[in-house]
Design a protein around this ligand. Structure first.
Ligand SMILES: NC(=O)c1ccc[n+]([C@@H]2O[C@H](COP(=O)([O-])OP(=O)(O)OC[C@H]3O[C@@H](n4cnc5c(N)ncnc54)[C@H](OP(=O)(O)O)[C@@H]3O)[C@@H](O)[C@H]2O)c1
Length: 313
């Protein structure tokens, strides 16, 4: 039997039930799941607040990792990452111990990869890479401000900007998160954010939070600087006074991983060894499948440090 989280009603937590292990099917891969992410996208689906929704009852979970049990395409026993092809959206997802997935949603990972890293790395590392490199084009000697700097995308963006030779300031929303801003960034509380506190304007902003934090962080970018906008967990509206916008002269650059995913994929793969060795730190928290409520609460309240994972193996 497969312990599985089943969503019966939008807006309520899925129920943990036992289901038969799915039977193998041509064109599909049966995966013994090891880990799955609990992501903002999953919460939007859970709430019934996303443009693509499954018919109920449904299994959520848009990304995970595990071991191939049966497949016509992928080697049995291989560690795989699973995502895409509508899993957790238009078809059953991976918040389960055994998932039958379209072959195209399954990607074999290099041997020895930590299943937690395999499950969680692509989105935050790819997004941070896209923001720092092709989008904001951070150069050596520049000053970069990163908001949500203890979060999954933010923490990686801090490290990638530092690797690019920038001086980095990392902003967090609550004091408990200050120690979780990766070195060598200067860690600052959002409430204390000012030009004096951070030693003058910055060249680049990478914002992963949105809302009022974005508004105050934007005012610290120098004229002709760049702001890469990644997320809006704390608020999805940014009111622009056009006269102020022209005066400020800061380029607002959207980060869209749907369009950038293929472009950054090779770069992200190259970073896997650093993620495995810890040279590049990807923060995450893990919870057993029976503790979904805690995982969801940590994510919803912004208390989580980095990615939130369900342990399924
Ligand atoms: N544009 C894209 O293609 C793309 C791709 C991937 C992810 N994203 C988005 O990027 C954002 C960051 O992703 P992530 O994985 O790094 O997420 P995360 O770790 O959960 O969140 C980043 C930061 O947002 C703040 N936050 C979270 N929940 C909040 C809440 N309820 N109220 C106020 N602040 C809150 C927290 O920072 P503080 O407490 O320090 O303020 C948190 O560290 C998310 O919104 C995600 O959906 C976008």
């Amino acid at each position: 039997m497969a312990r599985t989280l089943v969503l019966e009603e939008f807006g309520r937590l899925p129920r943990l039930v036992e289901r038969p292990v799915p039977a193998p099917l041509p064109g599909h891969t049966l995966v013994r799941m090891a880990a799955a992410t609990v992501a903002h996208l999953d919460l939007n689906v859970l709430d019934g607040a996303f443009g693509i929704l499954p018919s109920l009852p449904a299994v959520l979970g848009t990304q995970g990792s595990g071991t191939v049990l049966a497949s016509g395409t992928h080697p049995e026993g291989a560690l795989v990452r699973v995502r895409g092809e509508g899993i957790g959206l238009s078809r059953d997802g991976v918040w389960t111990e055994y998932a039958l997935l379209p072959d195209a949603a399954v990607e074999v990972m290099p041997e020895g990869t930590d299943p937690a890293v395999a499950c969680a790395y692509f989105s935050p590392v790819g997004t941070a890479w896209a923001a720092v490199h092709p989008i904001a084009r951070v150069r050596p000697g520049e000053r970069v401000l990163v908001t949500g700097a203890s979060g999954a995308v933010g923490a990686v963006a801090v490290q990638l900007a530092a690797r690019a030779g920038a001086e980095v300031v990392g902003v967090v929303g609550r004091p408990a998160k200050l120690p979780h801003v990766p070195a060598p960034a200067d860690a600052v509380l959002a409430a204390d954010l000012s030009e004096e506190r951070i030693g003058g304007p910055v060249d680049v902003l990478v914002d992963t939070v949105g809302g009022p934090v974005l508004r105050s962080a934007l005012s610290l970018v120098r004229p002709r600087g760049r702001a890469a906008l990644v997320g809006y967990t704390a608020g999805r509206e940014l009111v622009l006074d056009l006269a102020d916008f022209f005066l400020a002269d800061v380029a607002l650059l959207p980060v869209n991983m749907i369009s950038r995913g293929a472009e950054v994929a090779p770069e992200v793969l190259r970073l896997l060894p650093d993620l495995a060795s810890g040279a590049l730190a990807l923060p995450f928290e893990r919870y057993g499948i029976e503790r979904l409520a805690v995982a969801v609460e940590r994510l919803r309240t912004g208390a989580a440090i980095g990615k939130v994972l369900l342990d399924l193996g």
